[in-house]
Ligand binder design. Structure first.
Ligand code: GLY
Length: 442
Protein backbone atom coordinates (compact mmCIF):
# COMPACT_ATOMS: atom_id res chain seq x y z
CA UNK A 1 0.00 0.00 0.00
CA UNK A 2 1.47 3.37 -1.03
CA UNK A 3 -0.09 6.54 0.37
CA UNK A 4 0.38 9.49 -1.99
CA UNK A 5 -0.42 13.16 -1.38
CA UNK A 6 -1.72 15.12 -4.35
CA UNK A 7 -1.75 18.91 -4.13
CA UNK A 8 -4.01 20.68 -6.64
CA UNK A 9 -7.62 20.82 -7.75
CA UNK A 10 -7.70 21.20 -11.55
CA UNK A 11 -8.24 18.88 -14.48
CA UNK A 12 -4.47 18.31 -14.65
CA UNK A 13 -4.60 17.00 -11.09
CA UNK A 14 -7.70 14.90 -11.90
CA UNK A 15 -5.58 13.21 -14.60
CA UNK A 16 -2.70 12.85 -12.11
CA UNK A 17 -5.06 11.30 -9.55
CA UNK A 18 -6.19 8.76 -12.13
CA UNK A 19 -2.58 7.91 -13.03
CA UNK A 20 -1.61 7.48 -9.36
CA UNK A 21 -4.57 5.17 -8.70
CA UNK A 22 -3.84 3.03 -11.76
CA UNK A 23 -0.62 1.91 -10.10
CA UNK A 24 -0.29 -1.79 -9.52
CA UNK A 25 1.06 -0.89 -6.07
CA UNK A 26 -2.46 -0.42 -4.74
CA UNK A 27 -1.91 3.26 -4.02
CA UNK A 28 -4.17 5.37 -1.82
CA UNK A 29 -4.71 9.01 -2.64
CA UNK A 30 -4.86 11.92 -0.18
CA UNK A 31 -5.73 15.19 -1.86
CA UNK A 32 -5.17 18.73 -0.65
CA UNK A 33 -7.39 21.07 -2.69
CA UNK A 34 -8.09 24.80 -2.77
CA UNK A 35 -11.57 24.04 -4.16
CA UNK A 36 -13.45 20.76 -4.16
CA UNK A 37 -12.89 18.91 -7.45
CA UNK A 38 -15.58 16.20 -7.51
CA UNK A 39 -13.49 13.96 -9.78
CA UNK A 40 -10.46 14.02 -7.50
CA UNK A 41 -12.64 13.74 -4.38
CA UNK A 42 -14.22 10.56 -5.75
CA UNK A 43 -10.80 8.99 -6.30
CA UNK A 44 -9.38 10.07 -2.92
CA UNK A 45 -9.26 8.18 0.34
CA UNK A 46 -9.44 11.54 2.08
CA UNK A 47 -9.43 15.20 1.02
CA UNK A 48 -8.54 18.40 2.80
CA UNK A 49 -9.60 21.88 1.75
CA UNK A 50 -7.14 24.70 2.21
CA UNK A 51 -5.05 27.41 0.73
CA UNK A 52 -1.82 26.59 -1.15
CA UNK A 53 0.02 29.12 1.01
CA UNK A 54 -0.92 27.24 4.19
CA UNK A 55 2.18 25.04 4.21
CA UNK A 56 1.72 23.75 7.80
CA UNK A 57 -1.78 22.48 6.85
CA UNK A 58 -0.38 20.64 3.82
CA UNK A 59 2.48 19.12 5.84
CA UNK A 60 0.15 18.09 8.68
CA UNK A 61 -2.26 16.45 6.24
CA UNK A 62 0.67 14.55 4.70
CA UNK A 63 1.95 13.46 8.13
CA UNK A 64 -1.45 12.42 9.46
CA UNK A 65 -1.96 10.18 6.49
CA UNK A 66 1.57 8.76 6.45
CA UNK A 67 2.14 9.59 2.81
CA UNK A 68 5.27 8.20 1.20
CA UNK A 69 5.60 11.12 -1.17
CA UNK A 70 3.72 14.08 -2.63
CA UNK A 71 2.90 15.05 -6.20
CA UNK A 72 2.50 18.78 -6.68
CA UNK A 73 0.25 19.79 -9.57
CA UNK A 74 0.12 23.60 -9.92
CA UNK A 75 2.78 26.30 -9.78
CA UNK A 76 1.39 28.28 -6.82
CA UNK A 77 2.30 25.78 -4.07
CA UNK A 78 5.73 25.29 -5.71
CA UNK A 79 6.25 29.05 -5.63
CA UNK A 80 5.19 29.06 -1.97
CA UNK A 81 7.86 26.47 -1.08
CA UNK A 82 5.66 23.45 -0.42
CA UNK A 83 8.41 21.03 -1.50
CA UNK A 84 10.87 22.61 0.95
CA UNK A 85 8.30 22.43 3.77
CA UNK A 86 7.56 18.76 3.03
CA UNK A 87 11.30 17.98 2.85
CA UNK A 88 11.79 19.49 6.31
CA UNK A 89 9.19 17.01 7.55
CA UNK A 90 11.04 14.16 5.80
CA UNK A 91 8.50 13.81 2.98
CA UNK A 92 9.77 13.62 -0.59
CA UNK A 93 7.98 15.23 -3.50
CA UNK A 94 7.69 15.18 -7.27
CA UNK A 95 8.13 18.87 -7.89
CA UNK A 96 11.00 21.33 -7.50
CA UNK A 97 11.97 23.31 -4.42
CA UNK A 98 11.10 27.02 -4.32
CA UNK A 99 14.55 27.92 -5.56
CA UNK A 100 14.44 25.47 -8.49
CA UNK A 101 10.85 26.42 -9.33
CA UNK A 102 12.30 29.79 -10.39
CA UNK A 103 12.58 27.98 -13.71
CA UNK A 104 8.92 29.00 -14.03
CA UNK A 105 8.37 31.66 -11.40
CA UNK A 106 11.14 33.99 -12.58
CA UNK A 107 11.38 34.49 -16.33
CA UNK A 108 14.59 36.53 -15.85
CA UNK A 109 16.21 33.71 -13.83
CA UNK A 110 15.67 31.25 -16.67
CA UNK A 111 16.73 33.60 -19.48
CA UNK A 112 19.90 34.52 -17.56
CA UNK A 113 20.63 30.85 -16.73
CA UNK A 114 20.31 29.80 -20.38
CA UNK A 115 22.63 32.66 -21.39
CA UNK A 116 25.19 32.07 -18.63
CA UNK A 117 25.58 28.37 -19.52
CA UNK A 118 25.70 29.06 -23.29
CA UNK A 119 22.61 26.97 -23.95
CA UNK A 120 20.99 27.61 -27.34
CA UNK A 121 17.35 28.64 -27.72
CA UNK A 122 17.16 32.08 -26.10
CA UNK A 123 15.87 35.06 -28.08
CA UNK A 124 17.65 38.40 -27.97
CA UNK A 125 16.48 39.71 -24.58
CA UNK A 126 17.17 42.18 -21.80
CA UNK A 127 15.86 42.43 -18.27
CA UNK A 128 15.04 45.97 -17.15
CA UNK A 129 14.66 47.20 -13.57
CA UNK A 130 14.24 50.80 -14.72
CA UNK A 131 13.46 52.60 -17.95
CA UNK A 132 17.08 53.47 -18.80
CA UNK A 133 18.02 51.84 -22.12
CA UNK A 134 14.51 50.50 -22.75
CA UNK A 135 13.75 52.67 -25.76
CA UNK A 136 17.07 51.92 -27.45
CA UNK A 137 16.60 48.15 -27.01
CA UNK A 138 13.03 48.28 -28.35
CA UNK A 139 14.49 50.00 -31.44
CA UNK A 140 16.89 47.07 -31.99
CA UNK A 141 14.09 44.48 -32.19
CA UNK A 142 12.05 43.68 -35.29
CA UNK A 143 9.20 42.15 -33.27
CA UNK A 144 8.71 42.59 -29.53
CA UNK A 145 7.52 40.42 -26.64
CA UNK A 146 7.07 41.88 -23.16
CA UNK A 147 6.94 39.67 -20.07
CA UNK A 148 6.35 40.59 -16.44
CA UNK A 149 8.93 38.76 -14.29
CA UNK A 150 6.63 36.52 -12.27
CA UNK A 151 3.71 34.10 -12.37
CA UNK A 152 0.99 35.31 -14.72
CA UNK A 153 -1.17 32.20 -15.20
CA UNK A 154 -0.06 32.10 -18.84
CA UNK A 155 -1.89 35.34 -19.57
CA UNK A 156 0.64 38.06 -18.82
CA UNK A 157 2.83 37.88 -21.93
CA UNK A 158 2.29 40.78 -24.33
CA UNK A 159 3.06 40.17 -27.99
CA UNK A 160 3.46 42.79 -30.70
CA UNK A 161 0.69 42.44 -33.26
CA UNK A 162 -1.64 40.80 -30.73
CA UNK A 163 -1.60 43.10 -27.71
CA UNK A 164 0.04 46.25 -29.03
CA UNK A 165 1.29 47.62 -32.33
CA UNK A 166 3.84 50.40 -32.03
CA UNK A 167 7.14 50.75 -30.15
CA UNK A 168 5.66 53.70 -28.26
CA UNK A 169 2.88 51.41 -27.01
CA UNK A 170 5.51 48.82 -26.05
CA UNK A 171 7.40 51.47 -24.10
CA UNK A 172 4.35 52.58 -22.18
CA UNK A 173 3.38 48.95 -21.39
CA UNK A 174 6.90 48.34 -20.03
CA UNK A 175 6.60 51.47 -17.89
CA UNK A 176 3.23 50.26 -16.55
CA UNK A 177 4.75 46.89 -15.61
CA UNK A 178 7.75 48.56 -13.96
CA UNK A 179 5.41 50.75 -11.91
CA UNK A 180 3.81 47.59 -10.49
CA UNK A 181 6.70 45.15 -10.30
CA UNK A 182 10.49 45.08 -9.99
CA UNK A 183 11.42 44.11 -13.51
CA UNK A 184 10.25 43.54 -17.04
CA UNK A 185 11.76 41.33 -19.73
CA UNK A 186 11.83 42.52 -23.31
CA UNK A 187 12.46 39.87 -25.95
CA UNK A 188 12.69 39.35 -29.67
CA UNK A 189 9.45 37.91 -31.12
CA UNK A 190 9.77 34.61 -33.02
CA UNK A 191 7.69 33.57 -35.99
CA UNK A 192 6.77 29.87 -35.94
CA UNK A 193 4.56 27.24 -34.36
CA UNK A 194 4.51 26.47 -30.66
CA UNK A 195 4.82 23.04 -29.05
CA UNK A 196 4.85 21.71 -25.50
CA UNK A 197 7.65 19.36 -24.50
CA UNK A 198 6.92 18.01 -21.01
CA UNK A 199 9.99 16.23 -19.63
CA UNK A 200 10.42 14.18 -16.48
CA UNK A 201 13.61 14.98 -14.60
CA UNK A 202 15.35 13.41 -11.60
CA UNK A 203 18.11 16.01 -11.48
CA UNK A 204 20.35 14.23 -14.01
CA UNK A 205 18.22 12.25 -16.44
CA UNK A 206 15.64 13.99 -18.61
CA UNK A 207 12.92 11.92 -20.31
CA UNK A 208 10.68 13.38 -23.00
CA UNK A 209 6.96 12.59 -23.04
CA UNK A 210 4.85 12.79 -26.24
CA UNK A 211 4.76 16.24 -27.81
CA UNK A 212 1.54 18.23 -27.44
CA UNK A 213 0.20 21.41 -29.00
CA UNK A 214 -1.92 23.66 -26.79
CA UNK A 215 -4.31 26.38 -28.03
CA UNK A 216 -4.14 29.53 -25.95
CA UNK A 217 -6.63 31.70 -27.80
CA UNK A 218 -10.23 31.68 -26.68
CA UNK A 219 -11.92 31.36 -30.08
CA UNK A 220 -11.66 29.16 -33.18
CA UNK A 221 -9.03 30.13 -35.71
CA UNK A 222 -6.71 31.31 -32.90
CA UNK A 223 -8.63 34.53 -32.34
CA UNK A 224 -9.72 36.34 -29.18
CA UNK A 225 -7.99 36.79 -25.84
CA UNK A 226 -5.32 34.49 -24.43
CA UNK A 227 -6.53 31.92 -21.91
CA UNK A 228 -4.96 29.26 -19.72
CA UNK A 229 -5.37 26.90 -22.72
CA UNK A 230 -8.56 25.88 -24.54
CA UNK A 231 -7.45 22.40 -25.57
CA UNK A 232 -4.64 20.37 -27.02
CA UNK A 233 -3.76 17.35 -29.15
CA UNK A 234 -1.02 14.77 -29.56
CA UNK A 235 -0.27 12.24 -32.29
CA UNK A 236 0.34 8.47 -32.37
CA UNK A 237 4.02 8.95 -33.34
CA UNK A 238 4.50 11.28 -30.32
CA UNK A 239 5.61 14.06 -32.70
CA UNK A 240 3.52 16.86 -34.23
CA UNK A 241 2.66 17.08 -37.94
CA UNK A 242 4.28 20.50 -38.48
CA UNK A 243 7.58 19.62 -36.78
CA UNK A 244 10.76 18.00 -38.01
CA UNK A 245 12.45 15.37 -35.75
CA UNK A 246 15.26 17.91 -35.31
CA UNK A 247 12.88 20.27 -33.48
CA UNK A 248 12.23 17.66 -30.80
CA UNK A 249 15.95 16.78 -30.60
CA UNK A 250 16.82 20.45 -30.08
CA UNK A 251 14.10 21.00 -27.45
CA UNK A 252 15.24 17.91 -25.55
CA UNK A 253 18.93 18.87 -25.76
CA UNK A 254 18.11 22.36 -24.42
CA UNK A 255 16.14 20.83 -21.53
CA UNK A 256 18.97 18.41 -20.69
CA UNK A 257 21.45 21.30 -20.60
CA UNK A 258 19.09 23.41 -18.49
CA UNK A 259 18.75 20.54 -15.96
CA UNK A 260 22.59 20.39 -15.74
CA UNK A 261 22.78 24.17 -15.42
CA UNK A 262 20.20 24.16 -12.60
CA UNK A 263 22.32 21.63 -10.70
CA UNK A 264 25.52 23.60 -11.29
CA UNK A 265 23.87 26.89 -10.34
CA UNK A 266 21.99 25.81 -7.20
CA UNK A 267 23.79 22.64 -6.09
CA UNK A 268 20.42 20.84 -5.92
CA UNK A 269 18.95 18.33 -8.36
CA UNK A 270 15.68 19.32 -10.05
CA UNK A 271 13.10 16.61 -9.38
CA UNK A 272 9.85 16.98 -11.22
CA UNK A 273 8.52 18.11 -14.55
CA UNK A 274 10.35 20.53 -16.84
CA UNK A 275 7.72 21.63 -19.31
CA UNK A 276 9.33 23.61 -22.08
CA UNK A 277 7.17 25.88 -24.17
CA UNK A 278 9.08 25.87 -27.46
CA UNK A 279 8.51 27.41 -30.85
CA UNK A 280 9.69 25.84 -34.10
CA UNK A 281 11.18 28.57 -36.30
CA UNK A 282 13.08 28.62 -39.58
CA UNK A 283 16.23 28.65 -37.42
CA UNK A 284 15.23 25.64 -35.30
CA UNK A 285 13.56 25.23 -31.90
CA UNK A 286 13.60 28.29 -29.64
CA UNK A 287 12.67 28.49 -25.98
CA UNK A 288 9.64 30.57 -25.05
CA UNK A 289 9.49 29.63 -21.37
CA UNK A 290 9.68 26.79 -18.89
CA UNK A 291 7.01 25.66 -16.48
CA UNK A 292 7.93 23.68 -13.38
CA UNK A 293 4.94 21.30 -13.64
CA UNK A 294 2.80 19.43 -16.14
CA UNK A 295 0.79 21.56 -18.56
CA UNK A 296 -2.91 22.07 -18.19
CA UNK A 297 -4.45 20.83 -20.54
CA UNK A 298 -1.33 18.98 -21.83
CA UNK A 299 -1.22 16.58 -18.84
CA UNK A 300 -4.57 15.20 -20.01
CA UNK A 301 -3.00 14.24 -23.36
CA UNK A 302 -0.04 12.31 -22.04
CA UNK A 303 -0.95 10.79 -18.65
CA UNK A 304 -3.77 8.58 -20.01
CA UNK A 305 -1.28 7.15 -22.55
CA UNK A 306 1.22 5.99 -19.91
CA UNK A 307 2.04 2.29 -20.07
CA UNK A 308 4.60 2.56 -17.27
CA UNK A 309 3.37 2.70 -13.67
CA UNK A 310 3.19 6.37 -12.65
CA UNK A 311 3.94 5.68 -8.97
CA UNK A 312 7.07 3.83 -10.07
CA UNK A 313 8.03 6.83 -12.23
CA UNK A 314 7.57 9.15 -9.23
CA UNK A 315 9.80 6.96 -7.09
CA UNK A 316 12.53 6.96 -9.74
CA UNK A 317 12.30 10.78 -10.00
CA UNK A 318 12.66 11.06 -6.21
CA UNK A 319 15.52 8.52 -6.00
CA UNK A 320 17.42 9.95 -8.97
CA UNK A 321 17.20 6.67 -10.91
CA UNK A 322 15.14 7.62 -13.97
CA UNK A 323 17.96 6.23 -16.15
CA UNK A 324 17.04 2.74 -14.87
CA UNK A 325 13.40 2.91 -15.95
CA UNK A 326 11.96 2.43 -19.42
CA UNK A 327 9.06 4.87 -19.71
CA UNK A 328 6.53 3.97 -22.39
CA UNK A 329 3.41 5.59 -23.81
CA UNK A 330 0.72 4.11 -26.02
CA UNK A 331 1.01 5.08 -29.68
CA UNK A 332 -2.40 6.74 -29.89
CA UNK A 333 -3.75 10.16 -30.81
CA UNK A 334 -5.36 12.35 -28.16
CA UNK A 335 -7.55 15.46 -28.41
CA UNK A 336 -8.51 17.46 -25.33
CA UNK A 337 -11.22 20.11 -25.54
CA UNK A 338 -11.89 22.35 -22.58
CA UNK A 339 -15.52 23.12 -21.86
CA UNK A 340 -15.60 26.66 -20.46
CA UNK A 341 -18.30 29.09 -19.33
CA UNK A 342 -19.47 31.00 -22.43
CA UNK A 343 -18.16 34.21 -20.86
CA UNK A 344 -14.70 32.76 -20.09
CA UNK A 345 -11.94 35.21 -21.02
CA UNK A 346 -14.42 37.95 -21.96
CA UNK A 347 -14.77 41.32 -20.21
CA UNK A 348 -17.29 41.54 -17.35
CA UNK A 349 -19.38 43.90 -19.51
CA UNK A 350 -19.92 41.19 -22.18
CA UNK A 351 -23.47 39.73 -22.23
CA UNK A 352 -22.04 36.18 -21.89
CA UNK A 353 -20.13 37.06 -18.71
CA UNK A 354 -23.20 36.05 -16.68
CA UNK A 355 -22.69 32.43 -17.79
CA UNK A 356 -20.13 32.03 -14.99
CA UNK A 357 -21.54 30.35 -11.89
CA UNK A 358 -24.50 28.88 -13.81
CA UNK A 359 -25.64 25.32 -13.17
CA UNK A 360 -24.66 22.65 -15.70
CA UNK A 361 -25.65 19.05 -16.31
CA UNK A 362 -23.45 16.31 -17.69
CA UNK A 363 -24.93 13.48 -19.74
CA UNK A 364 -23.14 10.51 -21.26
CA UNK A 365 -19.73 11.51 -22.65
CA UNK A 366 -19.59 8.28 -24.64
CA UNK A 367 -16.05 7.05 -25.35
CA UNK A 368 -14.49 10.30 -24.11
CA UNK A 369 -12.77 10.79 -20.77
CA UNK A 370 -13.92 13.56 -18.48
CA UNK A 371 -11.64 15.55 -16.18
CA UNK A 372 -13.15 18.12 -13.84
CA UNK A 373 -11.48 21.49 -13.53
CA UNK A 374 -13.05 24.60 -11.94
CA UNK A 375 -16.52 23.44 -11.02
CA UNK A 376 -18.41 23.73 -7.78
CA UNK A 377 -20.29 20.63 -6.65
CA UNK A 378 -23.19 21.75 -4.46
CA UNK A 379 -26.02 19.79 -2.90
CA UNK A 380 -28.35 20.76 -5.75
CA UNK A 381 -25.96 20.14 -8.62
CA UNK A 382 -22.80 21.13 -10.45
CA UNK A 383 -22.00 24.81 -11.03
CA UNK A 384 -19.54 26.63 -13.25
CA UNK A 385 -16.95 29.03 -11.85
CA UNK A 386 -15.39 31.81 -13.89
CA UNK A 387 -12.64 29.53 -15.19
CA UNK A 388 -12.20 26.44 -17.38
CA UNK A 389 -14.76 23.84 -16.27
CA UNK A 390 -14.24 20.38 -17.75
CA UNK A 391 -11.58 18.75 -19.94
CA UNK A 392 -13.02 16.24 -22.40
CA UNK A 393 -10.45 13.91 -23.93
CA UNK A 394 -10.74 11.63 -26.95
CA UNK A 395 -8.17 8.87 -27.41
CA UNK A 396 -8.00 6.76 -30.57
CA UNK A 397 -5.77 5.32 -33.28
CA UNK A 398 -6.03 8.46 -35.41
CA UNK A 399 -6.40 12.18 -34.70
CA UNK A 400 -9.61 12.27 -36.71
CA UNK A 401 -11.21 9.61 -34.49
CA UNK A 402 -9.87 11.17 -31.29
CA UNK A 403 -11.26 14.58 -32.31
CA UNK A 404 -14.67 13.11 -33.00
CA UNK A 405 -14.76 11.30 -29.64
CA UNK A 406 -13.82 14.54 -27.84
CA UNK A 407 -16.33 16.66 -29.76
CA UNK A 408 -19.13 14.12 -29.18
CA UNK A 409 -18.21 14.10 -25.47
CA UNK A 410 -18.40 17.89 -25.27
CA UNK A 411 -22.04 17.74 -26.44
CA UNK A 412 -22.92 15.91 -23.21
CA UNK A 413 -22.25 19.05 -21.16
CA UNK A 414 -25.44 21.09 -21.00
CA UNK A 415 -25.57 24.71 -19.90
CA UNK A 416 -24.17 28.10 -20.98
CA UNK A 417 -20.83 26.63 -22.06
CA UNK A 418 -18.50 26.82 -25.04
CA UNK A 419 -15.50 25.00 -26.47
CA UNK A 420 -13.17 25.37 -29.45
CA UNK A 421 -14.58 23.06 -32.10
CA UNK A 422 -11.48 23.45 -34.29
CA UNK A 423 -8.93 21.87 -31.93
CA UNK A 424 -7.55 18.64 -33.38
CA UNK A 425 -9.21 19.14 -36.77
CA UNK A 426 -7.31 18.52 -39.98
CA UNK A 427 -8.16 22.02 -41.22
CA UNK A 428 -6.42 23.75 -38.30
CA UNK A 429 -3.46 21.38 -38.31
CA UNK A 430 -2.97 21.92 -42.06
CA UNK A 431 -2.64 25.66 -41.37
CA UNK A 432 0.24 24.91 -38.99
CA UNK A 433 1.90 22.64 -41.55
CA UNK A 434 1.55 25.27 -44.30
CA UNK A 435 2.89 28.00 -42.01
CA UNK A 436 6.02 25.99 -41.20
CA UNK A 437 6.56 25.00 -44.83
CA UNK A 438 6.43 28.67 -45.82
CA UNK A 439 8.88 29.66 -43.07
CA UNK A 440 11.25 26.85 -43.99
CA UNK A 441 10.96 27.66 -47.70
CA UNK A 442 9.89 24.10 -48.63
N1 GLY B 1 -0.88 24.95 -21.20
C1 GLY B 1 -0.37 26.09 -20.54
C2 GLY B 1 0.11 25.86 -19.19
O1 GLY B 1 -0.08 24.82 -18.60
O2 GLY B 1 0.74 26.76 -18.65
Amino acid sequence: MTNVLLVGNGAREHALAEAILLSKENSRLFSFMKANNPGIAKLSEKTKAGNYSDLPAIVNFARENKVEFAVIGPEDPLNNGVVDALAQAGIAAVGPTKSLARLETSKSFTRNLVSKYNIPGNPQFKVFNATAGLEAFLDELEGIVIKPDGLTGGKGVLVQGDHFVTKQEALSLCKQILAESQSVIVEEKFDGEEFSLQCLCDGKTVVATPLVQDHKRRFAGDSGPNTGGMGSYSCPDHLLPFLQPQDLAEGLAITQKVAEALLAETGSPYKGVMYGGFIATKKGAKLLEYNARFGDPEAMNILPLLKTDFVEICRHIINGTLDKLKIEFEHKATVCKYVVPRGYGLPASHPDAASSRARIAIGDVGKARLYYSSVDQRADGLYLSSSRAIGIVGIAGTLQEAEKIAQDGVKAVQGPVACRTDIGTQELIQKRIDHMKKLRGI
